[in-house]
Design a protein around this ligand. Structure first.
Ligand code: BF8
Ligand code: SF4
Length: 678
């Protein structure tokens, strides 16, 4: 059935009115994850306070903050927009709703860009120090990727050793943080298609340097600088593209140092915790330490056994968990919102955290169970926790210290005889789909042009298109239910799904990242496509392929960006023409705001299922949901009902596929080039 317009754009307001979104805190279905539900009952019985209780205590949340119309940028405030007219419709300085909403939004983007990019900077420093012989515990694990990255960013690779090349790549990355000229960031430009480079140059959104764009956002949002909401948002777009630069750097250098992921089997959910082993959870984002703990744990297995344990059981939470899952098959314990519930099992000896998405509330729960909370980064400490300061010059020593602390804690746990409560829920998963690993799967069918396997499957109507699953947990929604509802609906409609972050931990925990899920939920076309890929690759795969393809941590959204760019190049069009959509069903963090913004600036419609603080300005709302589409080809779809959201995503991706097919058919019929003006 042909479609003549993208209906996701026609009604940009969410289907549920804000006034009806207030929750009855006494009668709320908190999650559809059976392990988290069991632990929630247990924490309530035992009076252990978690994020779920604190969420209830916060209701009703401040409507000014919720809508983005509270300003605290100077301390003449805080100011709130109290009405549509009169002096109360502005802040003390005269800032209107649209200025306040836009300023708050782009400050969130700057926060997100800082987090992703500083994570990237840590990796660049490790690579640089390694090349100088000052980080002896690190090595180049993927020399091919090093050469590919070097070549892509325009370095001469002939006649250079890997170490020399590593140093040059590190220096090029450092330059992307602090360049003072305006030609654009190298790691971004090297990965964009030509038409997007032109678009960003025309709209003055090409980032010059990561640090510079963050600083510029902080400057232009200072009291009395930029009051124009459109100008502010374009500044935010530039900063979010700096965020993408930092993500690309993070992914590329992590792969060089720790290896590029390949398909790997593992398990997810709290059932992976083994009470008779020394249990260490790796939580946070940066693989520089977590990978070292994984490598060192293998060597210290005998010490754990000598202490009476059956071994060492590592598991992950959040994106450091995704990093070590993707490269080592380390199981996933749970995702962001349930991090305290993992401690409440009583079986965790050390919770080792680095940066980002670590709840300060962990400390109290750890105290109830004598779990050692170990912080590792100088910029991320929690009062009352242990701190093992991580330095790349003695990384292994830090990892050994953390593991030995866990072994000691295990002994004390066993001696105390305290009971544990580990929910017996876990699901099998296959992860490890880096962009390279996906291309490798396609290459078994078309070795000369692997990406054509995916692009042809859309044109032939076997699959509807591609959807990126990304983002966090947010108790604004029922924990993980939006994720699972949307995945099932997209699967039924033959949408091929790739993803990153906590949404993929939800998919894994709830059995949507294995072949059994393909059999249960995939539409006939999607099943045929996944089966076809498996048949061509079965000699080298550990199992049949999954329903959702895990591409890594949140910085690895750069892998998804590489995927849609390759598809655009293959079709010979700009990214907004590619049948590709994205969803963050439970977006929460500033990083998610930065990612969502560069997704729409790439030309991809992006659904967000927890309402960002934008509703206070109709003007800003219409810029991000409609006008962004006219300028960049992508737009936010802000919708809290997962079923309605799934339908909007399906409409958007079908519309793109239909339009592309018509134009390709016409070009073929008349023997012309593909028209670029559609
Ligand atoms: O960077 S998805 S809750 S863990 S922010 Fe945090 Fe959100 Fe999870 Fe990964 Ni991404
Ligand atoms: Fe109020 Fe203006 Fe200060 Fe914001 S910047 S707090 S609106 S006076």
């Amino acid at each position: 059935m042909p479609r003549f317009s993208d209906t996701s754009l026609q009604n940009s307001k969410p289907s549920v009115d804000r006034k009806n979104r207030k929750k009855n805190v006494k009668n709320i279905k908190r999650t559809n994850d059976p392990a988290a539900l069991e632990m929630l009952d247990y924490t309530i019985e035992n009076n252990i306070i978690t994020a779920f209780d604190r969420w209830s205590a916060q209701q009703p949340q401040c409507a000014f903050g919720y809508q983005g119309i509270c300003c605290r940028i100077c301390f003449a405030g805080p100011c709130r927009i109290k009405g549509l007219e009169g002096p109360g419709s502005m802040g003390i300085c005269g800032a209107k709703d649209y200025t306040i909403v836009a300023r708050n939004a782009i400050r969130m983007m700057a926060g997100g860009a800082s987090a992703h990019s500083d994570h990237g900077r840590e990796l660049v420093e490790v690579l640089y120090h390694m090349s100088e012989g000052k980080a002896p515990d690190y090595e180049i694990r993927d020399a091919d990727k090093l050469k590919r990255v070097a070549k892509k960013i325009g370095l001469e690779i002939e006649g250079k050793t890997d170490i020399e090349l590593a140093k040059e790549v590190a220096l090029a990355a450092f330059e992307d943080y602090g360049r003072h000229t305006s030609e654009g960031t190298t790691f971004l430009k090297a990965n964009l298609c030509e038409k997007r480079i032109k678009k960003y140059e025309e709209t003055d959104t090409m980032p010059r340097a990561i640090d510079r764009e963050v600083v510029e956002v902080m400057h232009r949002t200072h009291v009395g600088v930029d009051a124009d909401p459109v100008n502010l948002i374009f500044g935010g777009v530039k900063c979010s593209l700096a965020d993408l630069t930092g993500e690309q750097i993070s992914t590329d250098i992590s792969d060089i140092l720790f290896g590029t992921p390949k398909p790997v089997m593992s398990e997810a959910n709290l059932g992976v915790i083994e009470p008779d082993k020394v249990n260490i959870i790796l939580h946070g984002h940066n693989p520089v330490l977590s990978q070292m703990v994984v490598d060192t744990a293998r060597e210290l297995e005998d010490e754990a056994k000598a202490a009476g344990a059956a071994g060492i059981q590592l598991s992950g939470i959040c994106c450091t968990g995704n990093e070590v899952l993707m490269r080592n098959g380390v199981p996933i314990a749970t995702s962001y919102m349930a991090q305290e519930l993992a401690i409440a099992t009583g079986a965790i000896d050390v919770m080792c955290v680095d940066v980002q998405c670590i709840m300060p509330g962990l400390r109290n729960v750890c105290e109830c169970f004598n779990t050692k909370l170990v912080t590792t980064m100088p910029i991320s400490k929690i009062p009352g926790s242990y701190h093992f300061s991580f330095e790349d010059s003695k990384a292994k020593q830090s990892a050994e210290g953390i593991i030995r602390l866990a072994i000691e804690t295990y002994k004390a746990r066993k001696e105390s005889g305290r009971p544990v409560q580990v929910p017996q829920f876990k699901n099998k998963l296959m992860a490890g789909f880096s962009f390279e690993a996906l291309l490798d799967l396609f290459a078994a069918i078309n070795p000369d042009n692997p990406i054509k396997v995916l692009t042809d499957a859309i044109i032939d109507g076997e699959i509807t298109g591609v959807c990126a699953l990304a983002g966090c947990n947010n108790l604004e929604a029922v924990y993980e239910k939006s994720h699972t509802d949307i995945i099932k609906e997209l699967a039924k409609n033959d949408v091929f799904m790739v993803g990153t972050g906590c949404v993929m931990q939800a998919a894994a925990k709830q059995g949507l990242m294995n072949y059994e899920a393909v059999e249960e939920y995939a539409g006939p076309g999607l099943k045929k496509f996944i089966d076809r890929l498996y048949e061509a690759n079965k000699d080298k795969l550990p199992d049949k392929l999954p329903l959702t393809f895990h591409m890594g941590s949140c910085v690895d959204n750069s892998r998804i960006f590489n995927l849609w760019t390759a598809m655009a190049n293959e079709y010979g069009v700009d990214v907004p023409k590619v049948p590709f959509v994205a969803t963050a069903p439970e977006g929460m963090s500033e990083k998610a705001v930065a990612i969502g913004t560069w997704v729409i600036a790439s030309g991809i419609p992006c659904h967000v299922g927890a309402m960002p603080p934008l509703e206070g300005s109709n003007l800003v709302w219409s810029v991000v949901t409609c006008i962004a589409h006219d300028v960049f080809g992508g737009n936010f779809i802000l919708e809290t009902d997962p079923q309605v959201a799934a339908q909007k995503l399906i409409e958007a991706v079908k519309y793109r596929a239909w339009k592309l097919k018509i134009h390709m058919k016409t070009a073929e019929e008349y023997g012309t080039d593909l028209c670029q003006a559609f």
